[in-house]
Design a protein around this ligand. Structure first.
Ligand SMILES: [Zn+2]
Length: 424
């Protein structure tokens, strides 16, 4: 199984029936905002991320460049900057959404451990030891303000010694969202966050894992992280998890209007002929095939390339509701307002280019890029533009080396400096 969500829902219902406290904000607040503005008018939300690398064997102690590549994957997929958006079938192009969520590494914590980490359906263990420094894990940093991502070797699930499968990652949604079973949230605030098996992280990871279907494809694109963060932001699987095994129920919905009904998960492949529920979709007015390109299916990583607008609206509602503590700092800055500041994205930078988004209040200004030891590498004057669109400015990176760089924005008496990671 790709992620442990079905196991979790089961464990939570069986073992944690009374836990309502982790997120007391009701979802009504979110629902009231369900009508979202056009993407261009939306503010970007910035989520600070704390990465916990909890390792026993050296290969589990992933290099920074692998962690940063995982963040780059998130930044591409949550801004529709991923290179494979063109693979989406034309009939779904109109519903593809841009979440406009940016992830910034706040801290990387490394813990060497002797512990093992395993989900256990019978005892209800949700790997709390991974998140507890007295049990060989790493304590969460304020889960109301930071997305904590724990990376470790997840032991295969077994029941009475019988192997059931390998969980690649798991995450808790906020508690008591209307599209989830009651009490699906983290059993305790300090366990809230995302867990990823170390072999699923990044695209440049020498440790790989076979595709759970046994088809021979390896998990190498970092999209387990994209999928689990989707759960963390309130999304369910697109087939709606009918039953513990999630099969054969076309009435089970994920609570999102524009994800077509499906009665079961994709089998880690990319079958665009799949249409498991032949029924008229209220949103589309016609029957639609399964949306196998969606990040919240169990299609292959190379098949997945999109969230829908409905999913994007839902995630942004969660960031304006139960998870608003994550984005409070960034949510102040609306595009074009006096508080907003220039942005570099994606960061970390992968590939031949990055982009500058410069709000009106920062135009004109001078952009400078320095090596970490202070050498000026390039400069660019950003002009004022009278048109309202303010297109982003492209910066070519092919002549630059890998590693940390500094960008500086200078306008009259004020300046802004930040770090950018570039790698090949
Ligand atoms: Zn999942």
């Amino acid at each position: 199984m790709l992620c442990g969500q079905e196991v979790f829902n089961h464990i939570i219902r069986e073992h944690y029936p009374d836990l309502h406290r982790a997120f007391e904000t009701t979802f009504d607040e979110c629902r009231a905002r369900a009508v979202a503005p056009a993407v261009a008018e939306r503010s970007e939300y910035v989520i600070p991320v704390v990465l916990h690398v909890v390792w026993k064997n050296p290969e589990e102690n992933l290099h920074d460049s692998i962690l940063l590549d995982q963040i780059a994957v998130l930044n591409e997929d949550y801004n529709r900057l991923n290179a494979d958006t063109g693979n989406l079938r034309a009939l779904f192009k109109p519903v593809a959404g841009n979440a406009r969520v940016r992830f910034e590494v706040h801290e990387i914590r490394r813990v060497k451990t002797n512990a093992n980490f395993q989900l256990n359906v019978l005892t209800g263990s949700l790997m709390a030891n991974l998140k507890n420094s007295t049990q060989g894990g790493s304590d969460a940093k304020d889960p109301l303000r930071y997305l904590n991502i724990w990376i470790c070797r997840i032991q295969p699930i077994t029941i009475l010694g019988i192997p059931l499968g390998q969980v690649l990652g798991f995450a808790f949604p906020p508690n008591n969202l209307p599209n989830w079973p009651a009490n699906s949230g983290a059993p305790a605030l300090e366990q809230d966050g995302v867990v990823l098996d170390f072999r699923t992280v990044g695209r440049n990871n020498p440790n790989t894992m076979p595709n759970p279907s046994g088809s021979g494809n390896l998990i190498v694109r970092g999209r387990t992280g994209t999928h689990e963060v989707g759960h963390y932001l309130g999304l369910r699987h697109i087939w709606g998890d009918g039953g513990l095994l999630g099969n054969n129920d076309c009435n089970q919905s994920d609570g999102i209007d524009d994800t077509p009904f499906a009665n079961s998960q994709s089998n880690f492949n990319c079958d665009t002929t799949r249409n498991t529920c032949v029924k008229v979709e209220p949103f589309y007015g016609v029957d639609m095939p399964d949306l196998v390109e969606n990040f919240m299916d169990y299609s292959s990583e190379s098949c997945q390339n999109m969230f829908t607008q409905g999913q994007v609206n839902h995630m942004r509602s969660v960031l304006e509701g139960p998870r608003k503590g994550l984005v409070q700092a960034s949510a102040v800055a609306q595009p074009g307002s006096a508080q907003s500041r220039p942005l570099v994205y994606p960061n970390p930078v992968r590939g031949q280019e990055f982009w500058l988004e410069v709000p009106t209040s920062w135009r004109p200004c001078q952009f400078s890029l320095y090596s970490i030891d202070g050498r000026l590498l390039l400069e660019r004057r950003i002009e004022r533009e009278e048109t309202s669109g303010l297109p982003p400015v492209r910066i070519e990176t092919s002549a630059l080396g890998s590693g940390w760089h500094l960008v500086r924005w200078q306008q009259d008496q004020r300046q802004w400096t930040e770090k950018v990671f570039i790698y090949r």
